[in-house]
Design a protein around this ligand. Sequence first.
Ligand code: ATP
Ligand code: 4MY
Ligand code: MG
Length: 394
Amino acid sequence: MRLKEETEFFEEEEEREQTMVAHKFSPQPMMKGVVVGYALTSKKIKSFLQPKLEGLARNKGILFVAIDQHRPLSDQGPFDIVLHKVSTDFRPALLSGKEWRQILEDYRQTHPEVTVLDPPDAIQQVHNRQFMLQEVADLNLSDAYGTVGVPRQLVIKKDPASIPDAVNKAGLRLPLVAKPLVVDGSAKSHELSLAYDQYSLRILEPPLVLQEFVNHGGVLFKVYVVGDAIKVVKRFSLPDVSKRELSTNAGVFRFPRVSCAAASADDADLDPGIGELPPRPLLERLGKELRRRLGLRLFNLDIIREHGTRDRFYVIDINYFPVWCKASTRNALVNQLKSLCGREKVAIISCVAHHADKYMQESFPCIFGIPYSIVTAAAFDHQVRRMVWFLYYA
Ligand SMILES: Nc1ncnc2c1ncn2[C@@H]1O[C@H](COP(=O)(O)OP(=O)(O)OP(=O)(O)O)[C@@H](O)[C@H]1O
Ligand SMILES: O=P(O)(O)O[C@H]1[C@H](OP(=O)(O)O)[C@@H](OP(=O)(O)O)[C@@H](O)[C@@H](O)[C@@H]1OP(=O)(O)O
Ligand SMILES: [Mg+2]
């Protein structure tokens, strides 16, 4: 897809979410659509599957269906897309993360026609901070728009007493950000610390990654990648650490999730040297390359600009399938779901109705000679008082 189209995806405003009202009791032309089976954490369902997104999706022919993790995937659906985010609170008690990944992997192999967003093995790479940034480092992106690297880092698997020595040997510069090695969706995996001296690091619990702190003026850029489209937002971040501060401070300080959604800096009046967005062509190239290298289609990159430079950037974090709460990202995702699965096999038929009783739900398709058995879902759209049926015709 070309850049102009990508931009258009994101420029769609809320008005585009308006529903078209069908003529009374006349079916709309059959629209091709997709069925998205989802297996998400309860937190994710709450933040992601908001009524607005479901409504927008339905109007564009996309139906979200919850996956029952206690039943074989092949007995459910059929799906065009399986959207999942593996986490500790999603899995049934007797299923380990490894088993769930295997189930998804087997399903992927036996159902090549279904797009699994994204392949479990590819997600694993960004769930481990030892490997998360490797592709960015290997890419070593440098062009007329700037350079993109990763902070130097050290992995500590065990023995906290050995940390000061290890830091010394690796020649890492203080301060250091200590991050839990594994990102498993738990709050604990987001508990980070800033260390001013290497000896205090002994109090931390491995496994962890120690990353050089890069001064960046207290602002970071979140680059959301949705298939072949990108969206950039600004968030407040940790403030710079001056040389003086470093020499007068010691110890390890835990810090909360500084760059959460509530810390938006999009409307802040910032020094242009800090707040200017990274060049779009650079981000587009980075997003495209990483999509290919990571094998992921839904992720975001946290990027910082080294303070005092114009074009030296560092990727400090990659998150799989982050939250998509804003209209612009919501639109992009919905618009992309069809193209991401590359296959359409569901018909949606709808009509105006004044109530959504059971008779209405069951009888309407029959009026048109469509057996009710192929109706996979029926929903009443309260906004436009319209019944919507999802039918399989394949
Ligand atoms: N190398 C670094 N240099 C400067 N600041 C950093 C660095 N690493 C992390 N930070 C700061 O710490 C915050 C959290 O770091 P990071 O994004 O790696 O953690 P996370 O738990 O994965 O967060 P997220 O909620 O975005 O997934 C960043 O938003 C940034 O403010
Ligand atoms: O907590 P939020 O809803 O904001 O979303 C966060 C998301 O949690 P969720 O997947 O449960 O939504 C996190 O996923 P895990 O690493 O914990 O798996 C991670 O991707 C964060 O970077 C997201 O924050 P954002 O980058 O969007 O600010
Ligand atoms: Mg993260």
